[in-house]
Design a protein around this ligand. Structure first.
Ligand code: DX5
Ligand code: ZN
Length: 217
């Protein structure tokens, strides 16, 4: 798998979700941010809206769950049709069991790390994952400034994945734009979430293509 661009709809017009997703046909995935006002100080959409959105698009859905108790809630997103489900390491009680459950329900299993969460403690479980998400802002809001301090972690994560001979995708999320995507790609990321960069562009699909080129594919 090469470079993949997964626009986040957090900064889209949420009253016209299906139309907004229709504006990014070149995207590889649609990134849907689920927030519960507990794990992060913001509230977005939950399962009913997610289910409707999944039915309204042919693009695969990349669900990013910024919620407490993902062990309890995440499997339902796989059942609702998410192609990939990301839970946070900081919130999961049994990340290995949860990753296996997500895979058993047919979704790709993915785990996210907040900026201050190190990757090393999870080195031995990378084989349980299809994707690792290194957050490049504190999760909770779109439009934040990219944190350069996350770059060494992206590099270390890529080294751990390569050393183990795994095919785990390495995703970055937060502040990804034409200014920052290149250094993430250089550090080893291959899946790029971009929210405000895509939806504040006059032509969101053209921006998806420009981001893909900037990332080097
Ligand atoms: C932030 C979300 C992101 C957000 C990215 O917590 O997880 O997916 O939408 O938005 P930008 O690209 O504007 O930082
Ligand atoms: Zn996200």
């Amino acid at each position: 798998m090469g470079i993949q661009i997964t626009p986040s709809i957090l900064n889209a017009d949420l009253s016209r979700l299906a139309d907004e997703v229709g504006r990014i046909p070149s995207a590889d995935w649609v990134h849907v941010d689920v927030m519960d006002n507990h794990f992060v100080p913001n509230l977005t959409i939950g399962l009913p809206v997610f289910e409707s959105l999944a039915k309204s698009t042919d693009l695969p859905i990349d669900a990013h769950l910024m919620i407490d108790e993902p062990d309890r809630w995440a499997p339902a997103y796989a059942e609702a049709g998410a192609g990939s489900v990301t839970f946070h390491a900081e919130a999961a009680r049994a990340p290995v069991r949860l990753a296996r459950e997500l895979r058993s329900k047919g979704a790709r299993a993915s785990m996210a790390l907040k900026p201050a969460t190190p990757v090393e403690p999870y080195a031995d479980m990378l084989g349980e994952l299809d994707m690792l998400l290194v957050m490049t802002v504190e999760p909770g809001f779109g439009g934040q400034r990219f944190l350069d301090l996350c770059l060494p972690k992206i590099r270390r994560a890529r080294e751990l994945i390569s050393a183990a001979g795994l095919e785990v995708w390495l995703q970055v999320d937060g502040g990804i734009s034409l200014e920052t995507i290149e250094r993430c790609a250089e550090a080893g990321a291959d899946v790029f979430v971009a929210g405000s960069a895509v939806y504040s562009a006059e032509d969101p699909d053209a921006m998806v293509q420009r981001l893909r080129e900037a990332a080097g594919s």
